[in-house]
Ligand binder design. Structure first.
Ligand code: GTP
Ligand code: SPV
Ligand code: MN
Length: 635
């Protein structure tokens, strides 16, 4: 299935839907230029109404882009198969086009903007002949928030439109916000050429990977995307605008755009904490943000504010305040069940687009590896091929995804719509590491916390095209998403502390440490509440920890393991062990990234690394967490 088929949608057929042109002059001029370039057969202006959604869903079914699932079992749910060569973000084909290569830095692919622009203009020329161009205005951030921003995506994919409607506040809301921004600029006579909205132009072309490019022009607030129809490559409000362009804007304007979930934790006594956590793609953000604590923690309420992106800025009270710019989830499906993530199961039971999972025989229901219930005797796999368990292949693509509005989430925090956001108590950095990194540890202070985030690494996952399971540095989980020089990004993190009288405490976590047989040592999911509890206790000054070379790990007495079956004290010891030999290897691996940043690497971080090297040479005084270090370092 692809969504490129020409279709006579408009006028009489739509009863007026799709015909209302916006009136912002800058917007209209850009749309008209893009029409002249792409030559669509017709242009559909989205307003975000329910009537429009209904119409476009029916249209997508008529075109074969979506299949409607059983409305009794899965009300408002639809099925989509992407092209087989277009199933994930493509980091190799993602570019930051700044005037100089140095501005993009060594961790990004770079091309000179003029060169890239003319290459892409050639590809866009006539690319929408016989197709519909959809004009998709969207707002990132709660309406009225000082952090909220407007983008407009022009796309020839009806699938993109229907996804953007779920993950962003799409339509009239965005145009109203743009109008306010325009008025402010005129009233305050602000002389600025910087476009008031992000311009995103997307064409699937013929979905040929040889003509696939995801290009960002941060200084022009512009994104050009061709040749893909999938996820982060094309839902331009998400990674492209909110993170790559967003991080550039954040640096120049003194705020932060981060690849972080946001959750609210309320204790039985009514104590509130807001937590932000950066884990790389497919490393557990959605699951952590929707977590349901085990019985031991009866009375605790964990609520979701966001599951992927946080925009944060210092508030007048000296705390760091955060909003979730999104309004829905584009979440990993495999492994989702009522044991791992009951809130996600409820969220995707209606109003959801399922992409690249398996389709059951009656075509009214879907299946994926790790779903509740029995494995089907047969189904059609994500490619549409007949599948039986004996084949031994995956029926659902490992990066198959659900797209659902956040209002479906039973654990949604009401604060998700609050314009001023929420004040953050703690920031957590976490990766997928089979060894080395303990279950949880705390940095000594902000600078050490920035070092912790800057040096994190994680095994690659199916969320991006390429090899899976390879450990790579992924600073702050932003390696694929930072829109400028990574060294300058670190400096920006360090600078943010100046505006913060009460900076969040910074922690590292790792749910994925394995035993020698390759089994996860930690049960994860809801049990991660135990780690969260220790973190909150540290914020409140209630729990103690042991100093190690890399930071503070929990003392056994201060970590709640009550009610855990199948979990041994020995496992806890292994999970909190800091092995000097492993960390010396880690230190070396960190060096490669740091060296690549050259003069852009902040001296503070080089100094942190040197201090870590020194500490790894000295066994801890109490001997406990550094037992192994003592053994390994004795002559
Ligand atoms: P993106 O949407 O790509 O940014 O991913 P994410 O960070 O939101 O990851 P998500 O929560 O969707 O989890 C990705 C995969 O990790 C799923 O297969 C989960 O089942 C698995 N996972 C999540 N949390 C845990 C955990 O605590 N332990 C273990 N073992 N696996 C987990
Ligand atoms: C990620 O890869 O971090 C995602 C999925 O959240 S995508 O929207 O494709 O970037
Ligand atoms: Mn993500």
């Amino acid at each position: 299935m692809n969504s490129s088929s020409p279709a006579p949608l408009l006028q009489a057929a739509t009863g007026g839907l799709g015909t209302r042109r916006p009136d912002d002059p800058e917007l209209v001029a850009w749309i008209d230029d893009s029409i002249a370039l792409c030559r669509p057969e017709q242009v559909f202006y989205c307003d975000g109404s329910d009537a429009e959604d209904e119409f476009l869903l029916a249209e997508a079914c008529r075109l074969g882009v979506l299949t409607r699932l059983d409305p009794q079992k899965l009300p408002g749910c639809y099925y989509h198969r992407s092209a087989q060569n277009d199933v994930a973000r493509v980091e190799q084909l993602t570019f930051i086009c700044t005037p100089t290569a140095e501005q993009a830095g060594p961790t990004n692919h770079w091309t000179e903007p003029g060169e890239m622009r003319s290459k892409l203009r050639g590809m866009f020329a006539g690319s929408m002949r016989g197709r519909t161009m959809f004009v998709v205005p969207y707002l990132m951030g709660p309406p009225g928030s000082p952090l909220a921003k407007v983008g407009v995506e022009l796309t020839d994919s009806i699938y993109v439109v229907l996804n953007m409607r779920k993950v962003t506040r799409m339509g009239e809301t965005a145009l109203r916000h743009l109008q306010q921004l325009r008025r402010l600029r005129l009233n305050d006579a602000i002389k600025s050429d910087f476009p008031l909205f992000n311009r995103g132009l997307h064409s699937m072309l013929d979905l040929d990977p040889a003509r696939r490019f995801i290009c960002h022009f941060p200084q022009d607030n512009e994104i050009l995307s061709v040749g893909s129809g999938y996820g982060g490559n094309v839902l331009l409000g998400k990674k492209c605008f909110s993170l790559r362009v967003g991080s550039y804007l954040a640096q120049s304007q003194g705020w932060m755009a981060e690849h972080m979930l946001l959750l609210a934790a309320e204790s039985p006594e009514g104590e509130q904490h807001y937590i932000a956590a950066a884990f790389p793609s497919a490393c557990g953000k959605t699951n952590f943000a929707m977590m349901i604590p085990p019985a031991r923690f009866a009375g605790w309420k964990i609520r979701t504010i966001g599951d992927d992106i946080a925009w944060m800025q210092p508030g007048p009270d000296g705390r760091l305040w955060a909003v979730n710019p999104e309004s829905g989830y584009f979440g990993v499906i495999p492994g989702t069940n009522s044991g791992t993530n009951p809130n996600a199961v409820a969220t995707i039971s209606r109003d959801t687009i399922y992409t690249n999972v398996a389709l059951l025989e009656d075509e009214g229901d879907v299946w994926w590896e790790g779903k509740d219930g029995p494995v089907p005797a047969r189904c059609a796999d994500w490619r549409g091929e007949p599948w039986t368990p004996e084949l031994g292949t995956k029926a659902a693509h490992p990066n198959s995804r659900f797209t659902s509005p956040m209002r479906n989430n039973p654990a949604l925090a009401p604060e998700a719509d609050e314009a001023r956001g929420v004040p953050i108590s703690a920031i957590i950095f976490g990766g997928r590491r089979g060894d080395t990194v303990p279950l949880v540890y705390q940095s000594r202070d902000w600078t050490h916390g920035v070092f912790l985030g800057a040096t994190m690494a994680s095994e690659t996952t199916a969320a991006a095209a390429g090899a899976v399971g390879q450990v790579r540095r992924d600073p702050m989980a932003m390696l694929p998403f930072c829109g400028y020089h990574m060294g300058d990004y670190f400096a920006h993190w360090l600078e943010m502390a100046n505006g913060l009288e009460q900076p969040p405490l910074i922690f590292g976590v790792n749910w994925f440490r394995r035993d020698t047989a390759g089994k996860f040592l930690w049960p994860g999911f809801g049990e991660n509440m135990r780690v969260l509890k220790w973190i909150i206790d540290r914020c409140e000054g209630r729990a103690d920890g042991n100093e190690t070379a890399i930071g503070i790990v929990p003392r056994r007495e201060d970590f709640d393991l009550a009610g855990m079956t199948d979990f041994s004290e020995e496992n806890f010891r292994r999970l909190t062990t800091v092995d000097a030999a492993e960390w010396n290897r880690e230190l070396d691996a960190q060096g490669e990234l740091f060296a690549s940043l050259g003069a852009h690497l902040p001296a503070e971080l080089a100094a942190e690394r040197e201090q870590l090297r020194q500490r790894l040479l000295v066994p801890a005084a109490d001997g406990s967490p550094s037992d192994d270090a003592v053994e390994l370092l004795s002559p």
